[in-house]
Design a protein around this ligand. Structure first.
Ligand code: FMN
Length: 330
């Protein structure tokens, strides 16, 4: 493993500043353990595996496969309805707890009581300031390019503005990073690490179905769309300004832009969507990936992805130092 450390490595007690995003339906204990074993930090999705018992078993699977730190990440605006999931993460003494889409203040005391390091993913500078005021250990600035639910600011402008707003709290970047060039770029913006989702969607250890992995491997850079159609169909009221980035398909072609009609037909469409999801029919069931889709060309082991991203970033930065700054590697 290349020597590629940032202050995030000391904070999380990891070797390289790469995390997998806690992706619902994708990131279970196997993926998290593989990322942690490769020197990064693996995150298990706190939502999307079913109930508390399933989450507990994903946590225990990760623990069985690695002695290294790992974490659990929540879509935290949903936690008031499912407090048991957070209780499981606390009871299992998971070393790192991550929140998203919420002011994490109400959750801090309980996390501190079990000694957890707390991360919070935000989509705006305002959200970052709230997370910093709550006392989180690091903030993840997520750009709209990312797969899954995102805000509207892009990673390139968002990350440095969050870095400036919350200094000295460390900031990670998420959204649009799938290789070493992306990692090098966000370090230039002042981030201390990268949180990658789409890059791990088709990883061997991910829980993604074979059809969805295959769909990602065939996508290009313009394959995705950010839409509220799935949230409306599922009757989910996400926070204002948040929508879902997914691969375009028949469902988005039919409903994106026709939200009022969708609202009227919601119950029927929800049933159809549930059936399509059960059948893994990707004409309707979402392939949840971001704009880096065109950079993911193989279903690799997660450890290979971590090592490749880090090695590429190291090469990129060395090459940049040589060609731009004229430095000779010593
Ligand atoms: C399949 C998928 C599921 C996701 N699920 C969650 C989730 O459950 N909780 C969360 O905080 N973020 C979730 N995200 C967003 C990620 O945390 C992250 O911000 C995003 O993947 C980064 O952009 P990238 O996909 O370009 O790497 C998800 C992303 C993907 C691709």
């Amino acid at each position: 493993m290349a020597d590629f450390r940032t202050p995030l490595c000391d904070l999380l007690q990891i070797d390289v500043p790469v995390l997998n995003a806690p992706m619902g339906g994708v990131a279970g204990g196997a993926l998290a353990a593989a990322v942690s074993e490769a020197g990064g930090l693996g995150l298990i999705a706190g939502m999307g595996h079913g109930g508390p018992e399933q989450l507990r078993s994903e946590i225990r699977l990760a623990r069985a496969r690695t002695q290294r730190p790992f974490g659990v990440g929540f879509i935290s605006w949903r936690l008031p309805a499912v407090p048991d999931l957070y209780e499981v993460a606390l009871a299992e003494r998971v070393p790192v707890i991550a929140h998203s889409f919420v002011d994490p203040a109400p959750y801090m005391a309980a996390a501190r009581a079990v000694g957890a390091t707390v991360l919070c993913q935000v989509q705006t500078v305002t959200g970052a300031l709230a997370a910093a005021a709550a006392g989180v250990d690091a903030i993840v600035a997520q750009g709209t390019e990312g797969g899954g639910h995102t805000g509207t600011s892009a990673t390139l402008p968002l990350v440095p503005q969050v870095v400036d707003a919350v200094a000295p709290v460390p900031v990670l970047a998420a959204g649009g990073i799938a290789d070493g060039r992306g990692l090098a770029a966000v370090l230039m913006l002042g981030a201390v690490g990268a949180w990658l989702g789409t890059a791990f969607y088709a990883a061997e250890e991910s829980l993604t179905s074979p059809a969805k992995k295959q769909a990602l491997l065939g996508m290009g850079a313009d394959a995705t769309i950010r839409t509220s159609a799935y949230d409306i169909a599922r009757g989910q009221a996400w926070p204002a300004g948040i929508a879902l980035r997914v691969g375009r398909n028949q469902f988005t072609a039919r409903w994106h832009g026709r939200e009022a009609d969708l609202q009227r037909e919601q119950e029927q469409v929800e049933r159809e969507l549930a059936a399509a999801t059960a059948a893994d029919d990707i004409r309707s069931s979402p392939v949840v990936v971001g704009e880096v889709a065109g950079l993911v060309r193989a279903a690799e082991p997660a450890g290979t992805i971590v090592r490749r991203v880090v090695a590429e970033a190291e090469r990129t930065l060395q090459e940049w130092s040589r060609t731009v700054l004229g430095l000779v590697p010593g």
